[in-house]
Design a binder for this molecule. Structure first.
Ligand SMILES: O=P(O)(O)OC[C@H]1O[C@](O)(CO)[C@@H](O)[C@@H]1O
Length: 551
């Protein structure tokens, strides 16, 4: 059996890549105007998953491209890597860990073993405890220190311990109880927690401290501030009724002052950015209820099964990943836009920024060699139609190629149908305009003065994916997230990199720890001896402040 962790990017070295490159030379000069009308294209380049219709036909690609890309994926060992992930092999080689977010949504009774232990049974034990706590808090059975029910839930976490739950709660806000407040505090900037707590009543506020490691400085700083705010109002004993912890690190949770009974655990085989289906999703469960959370997990599971079972040529997350490779490595694209035409998905691009960029922003292969090809692009986006009045100018007429995902829904979560028709009309218009453009002849035919013609021409040929969801419900959202998770896996395998570590965040953290004490006006450290001239001058400038220090 091939070693699933063996680095073997096919880029540049395999016959499959050579075939793809030759094919690219034929396809790249062709215009989407012509490609789009080819017979059979729509059937070959659209896919239906439960609740999600995916249209890949507005790509600068043909059905042959998808076949050749699938062959590249086979050559890269994607099949073996998927199997290894589901088996619980330690495919996160630099940290020696399994990568088992798929186990978080495995059905009760399925068995996946890590070091001989059935992790699916562990997952369901925690889910049951989460359900019980969520029911008690939502029903008002759980009382705060003064005997009042909980009215505000503040999740304190950062990165994967914030972005996933914050994005999902926002996306499903129409399913939340309008009488309960859900807030997310992440930034160490005091403005974040100061503002979040300003109008809250300690007696009815529950804090959820979410941190995989429970050592993240931002989260612990915010959690200590929250603790002080609570204790100042209600006394030390209140902590047990107002603080929950979500973590893999029981010792640190206890050290902070939260009892194990108020902790919901997960495991080192859940990456932070892949953790919203774990205990990290507790604030989601509190917002949409245990049944809604089950639906979310079911949506994840549907795509997990699709990843495992569908042939690569008809496998949506694999094709999304491979089309990304196609643009990055053969068209030279360096960014990718995600444009949700659903206001509720306003945090989805930010969520994907961590998922994709922390996973695939790497320049070293699994065996430690410098890559000889580009890897993860910059991911960005804003909800439509806002983006249209901001950066779409560049998408249509700029000099860079930005492949984009347009995400829309058929049935809105509000009664304003005329708004929704207008929104969807814009989505369709934009993808059509990006593909077809507008020729000089068409511009002239409208009587535009000759001097303005070049300004009004749209080259078109700008590729997009359309994901049209039946509606935005927990199940569909779970599926959407899983699509991108597995897209990331696919790309990492082709690029030969590890999508599951994040060493690149360490250096800045270490330097901040060093610089922190130097900012004290009484510090005796000479900035010039410790830093480059720019940093030293900035340290001196900040050190000379007159603001009294308050903690
Ligand atoms: O959940 P923790 O351990 O507080 O970590 C928060 C985030 O910090 C990182 O480790 C680095 O930014 C992320 O990967 C993670 O999601």
């Amino acid at each position: 059996m091939p070693d699933a962790t063996e680095p073997r990017s096919p880029i540049g070295t395999s016959p499959e890549w050579e075939a793809l490159r030759a094919h690219h030379a034929e396809v790249a000069p062709r215009h989407l105007r012509d490609l789009l009308v080819e017979p059979g294209r729509l059937e070959a380049m659209t896919l239906d998953l439960p609740g999600i219709h995916a249209d890949l036909s507005k790509h600068r690609a043909t059905p042959d491209t998808l076949r050749l890309l699938a062959e590249v994926a086979e050559r890269a060992g994607l099949r073996e890597r998927i199997d290894a992930m589901f088996r619980g092999d330690a495919i996160n080689t630099t940290e020696g860990r399994s990568v088992l977010h798929v186990a978080l949504r495995a059905p009760r009774g399925e068995v996946i073993r890590v070091d001989g232990r059935d992790v699916v049974a562990d997952v369901h034990e925690v889910l049951d405890r989460m359900r019980d706590a969520a029911r008690r808090i939502r029903d008002g059975e759980w009382r705060g220190a003064t005997g009042q029910p909980i009215r505000a839930i503040v999740n304190i976490g950062i990165g994967g311990s914030d972005l996933g739950p914050a994005m999902v709660v926002e996306a499903l806000r129409t399913r939340t109880d309008p009488d309960r407040i859900h807030r997310f505090v992440s930034n160490v900037d005091g403005a974040d927690i100061d503002w979040a707590l300003r109008d809250l009543d300690p007696a009815t506020t529950l804090f959820i401290v979410a941190s995989k490691t429970f050592t993240t400085v931002e989260t612990l700083t915010n959690a200590r501030t929250a603790r002080r705010w609570l204790v100042d109002a209600l006394g030390e004993d209140a902590v047990a009724r107002h603080f929950l912890a979500l973590s893999t690190n029981e010792a640190e949770v206890v050290e902070f002052g939260i009892e194990p009974a108020n902790m919901f655990g997960f495991w080192d085989w859940v990456g932070g950015r892949y953790s919203v289906g774990s205990a990290i999703g507790l604030s989601v469960m509190l917002a949409i209820g245990p049944d809604g959370f089950d639906e979310l997990l079911a949506g994840f599971r549907a795509v997990d099964e699709h990843l495992r079972d569908a042939p690569f040529e008809r496998n949506l997350p694999v094709l999304m990943g491979l089309l990304g490779v196609w643009y990055v490595n053969l068209f030279g694209a360096s960014s990718h836009a995600v444009l949700p035409y659903a206001q509720e998905l306003s945090r989805f691009p930010a969520y994907l920024q961590q998922l994709e960029m922390e996973s695939n922003g790497k320049s070293v292969t699994l065996d430690g060699q410098r890559v000889g090809w580009s890897t993860g692009p910059v991911v960005w986006g804003e909800p439509g139609t806002n983006g249209q009045h901001a950066f779409f100018q560049l998408l249509h007429q700029g000099t860079v190629l930005v492949p984009a995902d347009f995400i829309g829904v058929v049935e809105p979560n509000h009664p304003l149908g005329h708004h929704h028709d207008l929104l969807v009309a814009n989505l369709l218009a934009q993808t059509e305009a990006l593909a077809a453009g507008r020729t000089a002849a068409a511009v002239r035919a409208e009587g535009v003065p000759e001097a303005l013609v070049p300004h009004k021409v749209f080259e078109g040929n700008r590729p997009t994916t359309t994901l049209l969801c039946d509606r935005l419900d927990p199940r569909t959202l779970g599926s959407l997230i899983a699509l991108y998770e597995h897209k990331v896996l696919t790309q990492s395998v082709v690029w030969g990199i590890n999508a599951f570590d994040q060493w690149g965040v360490e250096l800045g953290k270490a330097l901040a720890t060093r610089i922190g004490p130097e900012l004290d006006p009484a510090s005796t450290v000479d900035p010039d001896a410790a830093h480059d001239p720019s940093t030293a001058a900035l340290v001196r400038r900040y050190r000379s402040r007159t603001r009294p220090d308050a903690h």
